[in-house]
Design a protein around this ligand. Structure first.
Ligand code: SAH
Ligand code: SF4
Length: 358
């Protein structure tokens, strides 16, 4: 809780309805007012105590004394040439920067949110890994990414359809706040956003997957796989030293047995690393035990890295090998490359330019 208290005031946005009711009663406010306040915040997306017209002036003063409303300061917004990818950069209360990416297909909008500032896991192909790890995001900081972009879309009469935790950070190393934010978004007094419309992407944090298996059968799971060979996976994803491919597979089989959900596997295609014909066959073999979808993602270049994106023809061949064996597979077009839409890249660029300005 310590993160959520500033000058003894409580971060009101991070509280679910039950906690808000509990604290209202302790504070001398009425329990039924908690539902009204929750509705202002999480349904109407009004972040100003003075606009809570069904709360008495006196009670609004108590609110101001006891609680604070966290903010995300909007910094930059970049739109890709094809207009389908929009990237938002936000500044947090401690001046740290995070980003969220909005990906649109006609009127279908998916928001990619961050769960941490930086990431501890050091995957060698990932821009986020080149930044310092700072901290986990609070529940409110996760929610505000959604609320900011939802407000932005509302102006054109549109709504978010899906949320994916594929921005900066490893969501299962911030499990409580990620699930806490999803539960608030799912609450019928708030956005009533179905759990089925969330996807959590993990690099393979086994204790997180196990907890998720027991607690959250409705939220979708995506796994950053990138290789089924331990030596290759360890080279590009150090977390594989701690939890290897075999352990990951066993944990996922258990997840699938219990949840009956289809798993999404993300597989970045990196030239001379993981996308030869034999890699495709090993991957097909690994996938046999699963009901799944494989997203092939051409490597998005990161400054200072030697990795190469395979030529289009090679990407297609890899895709076709999987397709021929009846694997559910998609080959992602590299979207929004002109605005560096891969994980963490806008923030990396922004930091570079501020360094250059000094
Ligand atoms: N930490 C979590 C979620 C954030 S990363 C995870 O690793 O799953 C979200 C996705 O972006 C992951 O699949 C990651 O492997 C991918 N990604 C990271 N850097 C990339 C790059 N340079 N090109 C393409 N995809 C990348
Ligand atoms: Fe962290 Fe995911 Fe990037 Fe790996 S790919 S460094 S786990 S954010």
């Amino acid at each position: 809780m310590s993160n959520n208290i500033t000058n003894d005031k409580i971060d009101i946005l991070s509280l679910n309805l039950e906690k808000l009711q509990e604290i209202f009663v302790i504070t001398g406010l009425k329990k039924f007012n908690a539902a009204q306040v929750f509705n202002w915040l999480h349904n109407k997306l009004i972040f100003d105590f003075d606009r809570f017209t069904n709360i008495s002036k006196n009670d609004r003063e108590i609110l101001k004394k006891r609680f604070y409303l966290p903010k995300l300061e909007y910094r930059t917004h970049q739109i890709s040439d094809d207009k389908n990818t929009e990237k938002f950069l936000f500044e947090l209360k401690d001046k740290r920067l995070i980003e969220s990416v909005l990906i649109s297909h006609k009127n279908r909008h998916t928001l990619c949110v961050s769960s941490q500032i930086g990431c501890l896991l050091g995957c060698d192909f990932c821009a986020t890994a080149t930044m310092n790890y700072e901290r986990n995001l609070d529940i409110s900081e996760i929610l505000l990414q959604f609320y900011y972009v939802q407000n932005y879309l509302s102006k054109r009469g549109e709504k978010l359809g899906n949320v994916v935790f594929m921005g900066m950070g490893e969501p299962f190393l911030n499990y409580d706040n990620v699930i806490g934010a999803i539960n608030i978004l799912n609450c019928d007094k708030g956005q009533n956003f179905s759990k089925r419309n969330f996807t959590i992407s993990t690099s393979g944090i086994i204790p997180g997957i196990k907890r998720f298996t027991d607690d959250e059968p409705q939220i979708n799971l995506a796994i950053s796989l990138h290789s089924v060979k331990d030596d290759v996976r360890t080279e590009i994803m150090p977390i594989n030293k701690k939890w290897n491919v075999k352990e990951l597979k066993e944990t996922l089989l258990e997840y699938q047995k219990k949840s009956k959900n289809r798993i999404t596997f993300e597989y970045i295609l990196i030239d001379d690393m993981n996308c030869e014909t034999r890699d495709a066959f090993e991957l097909i073999n690994f996938l046999r035990s699963f009901s799944c979808l494989v997203n092939l993602i051409p490597y998005n270049p990161v400054a200072g890295k030697i990795y190469k994106t395979p030529p289009k023809k090679k990407q297609r061949e890899f895709y076709n090998l999987l397709k021929e064996k009846n694997v559910n597979v998609t080959l992602r077009e590299t979207k929004g490359q002109d605005i560096a839409a891969a994980c963490g890249q806008l923030k990396a660029k922004k930091e570079m330019s501020s360094i250059n300005e000094k």
